[in-house]
Design a protein around this ligand. Structure first.
Ligand code: GLU
Length: 281
């Protein structure tokens, strides 16, 4: 049975891009007699607002989407994410890092051998400054030592993942070390990160199909790696094209003009939203 989910963060109003993800996931679940879950990804509490949670429920209902209850709120599951980080630490795959963004930019601007740093799913690739530090007591965050993590994978039988619309993909060690690097697993303020929370909850909720924008595709490699390390199964992924504004820019939460509720006030009906987003899937 297909189990799909839509997992918005309540840090702004839903826009057409969210409608595309939610409708695609909902319709995939319903057409296969599957289940559709809504998960509120509210780990970053200072940025999340209850009013946006209400708006998510209202906008999705207006679109004709319904979901199972109770809705899972990530803010009550921090212990589960911390357990996953502890497991990775017990496996010897983490280190504590005290670098601020400023430290990272300074390290990256210093002359160095080889290629210039690349941008990964979380921004600039961490230069590894704290990797060999022994005392982590003053650290801010926990990072995954990507090279050690990659070394644990049996590359004769690498994890594969199905991406609808693409050939089956194999996890790629080079992509992980060069283009993702030592990602943050736990921020000091919340004790987790998006990657850990999403992987733990997809497993916890038995999600086996994930539909989200193609901007999330690079993060999928990280998620597949974490699933393998933590012993979770890997869902089937579908990354849909992005909805863009009139200037060709990807929609973001700042695009209030294209927020579903604004369109509704302008007289759009749910079918107008469907037509606008689903026409060239
Ligand atoms: N919470 C993420 C967001 O709102 C989406 C996470 C996901 O679909 O994996 O962008």
């Amino acid at each position: 049975m297909i189990i799909e989910r839509f997992a918005p963060s309540p840090t702004g109003l839903l826009h057409l891009g969210h409608a595309f993800s939610a409708l695609s996931a909902f319709e995939a679940a319903k057409s296969g007699d599957g289940r559709f879950l809504l998960r509120v990804e509210d780990i970053d509490q200072p940025r999340c607002k209850a009013a946006f949670v209400d708006a998510i429920f209202e906008d999705l209902s207006w679109l004709g989407i319904d979901w199972e209850t109770p809705v899972l709120f990530q803010s009550i599951r921090l212990h589960a994410y911390q357990d996953a980080v502890s497991t990775l630490t017990e496996m010897g795959l983490t280190y504590r890092c005290r670098c601020s963004r400023k430290d990272i930019s300074a390290a990256l601007s210093a002359p160095q051998e080889g290629d210039l740093p690349t941008i990964g799913p979380d921004g600039v690739i961490y230069p590894g400054t704290c990797r060999e530090r022994v005392d982590g007591s003053d650290a801010d965050s926990v990072r995954l030592d990507m090279r050690k993590a990659v070394a644990l994978i049996d590359w004769n039988d690498p994890p594969e993942f199905v991406e609808i619309g693409e050939d089956t993909k194999k996890l790629d060690a080079n992509f992980l070390t060069q283009h993702c690097g030592d990602i943050v697993l736990a921020r000091k303020d919340i004790g987790t990160s998006y990657h850990v929370a999403v992987v733990v909850d997809d497993a916890f909720q038995d999600v086996n199909h994930v539909t989200r924008g193609v901007d999330m595709a690079p993060a999928t490699a990280i998620h597949v790696l974490l699933q393998r390390l933590l012993g979770f199964s890997t869902p089937i992924y579908r990354h849909h094209r992005l909805i863009r504004d009139a200037d060709g820019k990807r929609l973001a939460k700042r695009h209030d003009a294209l927020a579903l509720r604004e369109l509704r006030h302008q007289g759009w009906a749910p079918n107008d939203v469907r037509a606008a987003v689903m026409q060239s899937v």
